[in-house]
Design a protein around this ligand. Structure first.
Ligand code: MG
Length: 473
């Protein structure tokens, strides 16, 4: 807007009321875009079943991850970062809502036969940011409901591209097929509707339609990356949220020609090295677009690795246990955050933090308010992320659910685990001196054990009383 001499004269002869209104409009035009420009971008890269050790800077002896290592050198590593469950769907429901998955009634894995999903009434990170005018995209594996009413496009995302659940599953014959669907392996639309669905043959979707069947999984990481870079490029001038939940390294494993057979850790290592390349592409993209300084990038995994032979699974070393378990290996995951100028570079944080904390933290950073009508278990962990001196975990005690059962809890260095039909078997570990959970100290610490069990029971009762319903068709 140009303030000419004439326009100033015109303004001075205007009635007072009109002057006031014009001033307000001017103020809004001048300051609103700059406020918007200050809103940070958020990118969450969420891998599937990647073990605690499976990044160079987390100790992998064989998998090469130069881009992730650089990301950590330019950002901060979190060494006591937890997923909210040891399997896919609950872990994702928790990430999206900031609540323990049992609270939002997604305690277990969803399959293509299921007609339930994360309740559309739940407020996701994308919906929180949508309120603040963010552009939002989900690129990758969703897995909290594949029926149309549960898809990302109905949960705050402007667009969706990816596989709606795990890559070892099948197709739901009721899925909506795009007119120009890319049919492979001799499939026809009729065959998809009539034949018994086959394992490992999954649909690739754009928004709410299947655009490829069966999905060519060898090029999936590459295609997710291209979509992500395109989204960043298209939204570089306005705040955005990119959620990139990779399909890999969930089994069956696939890598593109460029990466297949290249790592020293078999096909599993190949998939991680391709994801590492993908991270490099994304970081390069935000640097080239000049938005490096206003973008928080978070990299973590949805749960621990599969226990598999012949090196097909990942490694949670030095942690005990695997996916499906509440030992540390099932739920403590590698995590790196990077935001130049805001997150101290080359640092590490060992305070307890979790994927449920991302939603409230991101809301705070975006200046968004959370709904007061529901319990959010996650906490704002910005003091931990930004490296505030003396910052400690906001979780006095962190809970590990297995399905609907509260099985473990961590309070400071102490980890308790109860198993057996009546939770009769009790283990207590000092994670500071015994990260691998080898020495059960329950007998020596009876008072502490009783105190932690009391807290667990109280928390679980409270959660079950305020449990919110799963989404149904
Ligand atoms: Mg998983």
């Amino acid at each position: 807007m140009i303030l000419t001499k004439n326009s100033i004269i015109l303004y001075s002869v205007m009635p007072k009321k009109m002057q006031k209104m014009l001033s307000l409009i001017l103020f809004f035009l001048l300051f609103s875009p700059s406020l918007k420009a200050e809103s940070p971008n958020f990118i969450i890269i969420f891998t599937d079943d990647q073990g605690y050790e499976d990044i160079g800077c987390f100790g992998s002896p064989k998998i090469k991850t130069p881009h992730l290592d650089k990301m950590a050198a330019e950002g901060r590593k979190f060494t006591s970062f937890y997923s909210a469950n040891s399997v896919c769907s609950p872990s994702r429901a928790a990430l999206m809502t900031g609540s323990y998955p049992t609270r939002v009634s997604v305690p277990g894995v969803l399959f293509p036969r299921h007609e339930i999903g994360l309740n559309p009434d739940e407020v996701t990170i994308a919906e929180v940011l949508k309120e603040k005018g963010y552009a939002t995209a989900c690129i990758g594996k969703w897995h909290i409901g594949h029926k149309p009413k549960f898809l990302p496009t109905r949960q705050g995302f402007d667009s969706y591209f990816g596989i709606p659940y795990s890559n070892d599953m099948t197709i739901d014959p009721e899925a909506s097929l795009a007119d120009n669907i890319n049919l492979r392996n001799g499939f026809t639309k009729e065959r998809i509707k009539k034949e018994k669905p086959k394992k490992n043959l999954v649909p690739l979707m754009r928004n709410e339609e299947v655009i490829e069947y069966p999905c060519d999984q060898t090029t999936l990481t590459k295609r997710y990356t291209e979509e992500a870079v395109k989204f960043i490029s298209e939204n570089k001038d306005s705040p955005f949220f990119l959620y990139l939940p990779h399909t890999m390294p969930h089994i069956p494993l696939f890598a593109s020609e460029q990466f297949k057979g290249k790592s020293k850790r078999g096909l599993y290592g190949d998939t991680i090295e391709e994801i590492d390349w993908s991270v490099g592409q994304i970081l390069k993209s935000i640097k080239e677009k000049g938005i490096d300084q206003k973008t928080l990038v978070i990299y973590t995994s949805d749960n621990g690795p599969w226990k598999l032979d012949r090196g097909r699974g990942g490694s949670a070393y030095p942690l005990r246990g695997y996916k499906f378990q509440t030992y540390e290996g099932g739920m403590r995951v590698p995590c790196i955050m990077r935001w130049p100028g805001k997150v101290p570079k080359g640092t590490s944080c060992d305070e307890v933090a979790a994927s449920i904390d991302l939603m409230p933290t991101i809301a705070k950073l975006a200046g968004a308010k959370l709904l007061k009508d529901r319990k959010i278990d996650g906490k704002n962990i910005w003091p931990l992320i930004s490296g505030t001196e003396g910052a400690v975990s906001p979780h006095e005690i962190y809970y590990y659910y297995k399905g609907n059962r509260l099985e473990s809890a961590r309070q400071g260095k102490w980890k308790i685990r109860r198993s057996g039909k009546k939770s009769q078997s009790v283990e207590l570990y000092d994670l500071d001196s015994d990260i691998s959970e080898t020495k059960n100290l329950a007998k020596e610490n009876e008072t502490l054990v009783q105190d932690m069990i009391k807290k667990m029971n109280l928390f679980d009762e409270g959660l079950k009383k305020t449990q919110r319903p799963v989404g149904k068709l």
